[in-house]
Design a protein around this ligand. Structure first.
Ligand code: SF4
Length: 393
């Protein structure tokens, strides 16, 4: 049976964090209607997913843990009913501290959720306030302990660096406190200021750490987490051996996934598509089959040229880097020749390592990977065009 990852989006939050540009809405009144729409979508997709074994499920948001317990349990049952979820599937729910209690966590665990991803971001309350998070570090700790008590033995904690007023010392303190809790997985993201967010509007007056300090934080985290038994397997992700996030690995290794719900993205049967970013329009399109043509935002098959670009971009996100022999075999091209003017300089300047299989970013390269990847993809655009026109194959 083919393998599939299933993502379900819950676009609700208690408060909008100042940096967040994910699609989520505060104070929505009809969560139950949205859950009904999701259940209809599960039903709709069950036939096309018949040949697939679903080995990862990710309930993300937004804040899934503000969905009323009864609705959430119904939806989880519905997923198990309509898809072939494997017995050893990784089933993750994102949770915000202080939005879920012990009794709910026990029920979700019993219903089949076996991995929890908690957004803590920092152990410093002033930094949490600066981000407009709704919880304190103490509240997070309580949620974490409850999760352990409820039986969760696979927990991810999301952390952030580059927060306003954050210092190298306060970041070190956060890492120390988080590692002392012994989570199986840690995601560490650099705060990016997006134009569409409240932070975007005051970008120039934000007291952000300077870039050198941010890089020191990142480098320190790689060293500290490695010394404490976490393996960095992706630019922003660290795990104890065997606890790498299987669902996210699907995104980075170009495997198929189906995203249900408003704003959810899919790569399914060689097509990429996403659903509209509007809860009410999404619900009415699901309820009324006459509106079903307005439900997708994007819908396109992936051209060979795009596949090359994605493969390069996603493989290099991984610590293992790109396997050039595999690349050459898959695309009938020579990776070294394509980048003969760029790669030696990246290696010489300490941004990339030449590995046994190909190339991988060093910590310094990972920190600026967005810039490097965009120049690599720009550089290969001509070749991509040739592939698209069938000239190189
Ligand atoms: S809780 Fe998460 S999804 Fe909601 S606003 Fe904050 S960062 Fe965004």
């Amino acid at each position: 049976m083919k393998r599939l990852g299933l993502y379900v989006h819950f676009p609700f939050c208690k408060n909008k964090c100042a940096y967040c540009d994910f699609y989520s809405v505060v104070g929505h009144n009809n969560i139950d209607k949205y859950i009904d729409a999701l259940m209809l979508q599960c039903e709709d997709y069950s036939a096309s997913c018949e040949p697939y074994a679903v080995d990862t499920v990710f309930l993300g948001g937004g804040t899934p843990t503000i969905v009323p317990e009864k609705d959430m349990l119904q939806l989880i049952d519905c997923i198990y009913e309509h898809f072939h979820v494997t017995v050893d599937a990784e089933v993750t729910m994102e949770a915000n501290p202080a939005t879920v209690n012990l009794s709910q966590l026990k029920k979700y665990h019993k219903a089949g959720i076996n991995r929890l991803s908690i957004g803590v971001q920092s152990a410093c309350d002033a930094e949490l306030r600066a981000l407009s998070r709704i919880h304190t570090y103490g509240e997070f700790e309580k949620t974490y302990k409850q999760a352990r008590k409820a039986g969760f033995d696979n927990i991810n904690l999301d952390l952030m660096y580059g927060i306003p007023e954050q210092t190298l010392d306060s970041f070190k303190d956060t890492l120390e406190k988080i590692v002392a809790l012994d989570p199986e997985h840690i995601s560490l993201y650099n705060l990016k200021i997006e134009d569409s967010t409240p932070f975007g509007a005051i970008r120039d007056s934000l007291p952000l750490p300077d870039e050198d300090v941010e890089f020191e934080m990142y480098e320190y985290a790689i060293d500290y987490l490695t010394r404490h038994g976490y393996i960095q397997y992706e630019i922003s992700n660290f795990a104890k051996p065997g606890y790498e996030c299987k669902h996210n690995m699907k995104y980075w290794t170009c495997q198929e996934y189906l995203g249900l719900g408003t704003a959810a993205h899919s790569y399914f049967r060689n097509t990429r598509f996403s659903f509209i970013k509007d809860i009410d329009s999404f619900v009415s399109a699901i309820e009324d089959p006459d509106n079903s043509d307005v439900i997708t935002d994007e819908n396109y098959s992936i051209s060979p040229a795009e596949r090359v670009g994605e493969y390069i971009m996603l493989s290099l996100r991984l610590k293992s880097g790109i396997n050039t022999a595999e690349f050459n075999r898959l695309f009938g091209m020579d990776f070294d020749a394509m980048y003969e003017d760029l790669l030696p300089a990246y290696v010489e300047n300490g941004f990339m390592d030449k590995t046994a299989a190909g190339y991988a970013f060093t910590p310094k390269g990972m920190y600026v990977s967005n810039y490097i990847l965009s120049s690599m993809l720009e550089f290969s655009s001509e070749i991509d065009k040739n592939i698209a026109n069938g000239k190189d194959k």
